[in-house]
Design a protein around this ligand. Sequence first.
Ligand SMILES: C[S@@+](CC[C@H](N)C(=O)[O-])C[C@H]1O[C@@H](n2cnc3c(N)ncnc32)[C@H](O)[C@@H]1O
Length: 247
Amino acid sequence: MSSGTPRAEVWQSPDLVRTFLDGVRGGIPYAADQIGMMTRLVREADIEVARFLDLGCGSGTLAAALLAEHPAAQAVLVDFSEPMLDAARASFPSPPHQLILADFNDPGWVEPLQSLAPFDVVVSGYAIHHSTHEKKREIYATVYDLLAPGGIFVNVEHVNPATAWVGHVNDELFVDSIHANHERLGNSMTREQVATEYVYRPDKAANILAPVEDQCAWLREIGFVDVDCYFKVLELAVFGGRKFPIP
Ligand SMILES: C[S@@+](CC[C@H](N)C(=O)[O-])C[C@H]1O[C@@H](n2cnc3c(N)ncnc32)[C@H](O)[C@@H]1O
């Protein structure tokens, strides 16, 4: 399957999927705070969450957090990686949930979603930064179309650092955090080994990072309201907006 950004296809490799799910996901700095902000925003949007979409769902970490608060909701999970969807399958039985293999860089990617729209919530975690800036904007516009009025989009995302030094601080934070996660899991990895793996990790070349300010500006231009970067630590940002009109 082609993604338009060939380097993003590293995510279709079972090896990278295992490395991410076994050692990296649990080591993302402030991950619990980001997810806590995401669920808070959805709560405060004061909408009935009947159906939500998780774009670039991976194993479904964000979807699982939403379902914990909205157990009656139907989760629709989209990813272009078979091994990721395999990792998600057991947690999201169909019915009521739906797992869809689709590449959001492909022109017709939204077609299988049209009959499921509108969605009350759309979330995405560290996925859309693999697309070009032009595609990111297109994806955000599509998300706007898919949302119900008053629905909310929350992107938990990897964004461009303000300066190279800020990027360096971010990298060191990541290495410490992933190393601590390996220690928690009882894996014998030195900080140096983690740093080498982190710096040379295969998915790094697939990153196309955009400043969060630019991305918030795109959301406002599309028509989203209450747009903000709600939480940010170095290169990690939780941002989004609500679809106008708010009922
Ligand atoms: C870093 S992982 C994050 C997974 C999950 N959202 C999470 O928070 O744990 C990025 C995910 O985005 C998916 N992805 C990247 N580019 C994609 C594309 N063009 N279409 C669909 N999924 C994509 C990858 O397959 C991978 O599952």
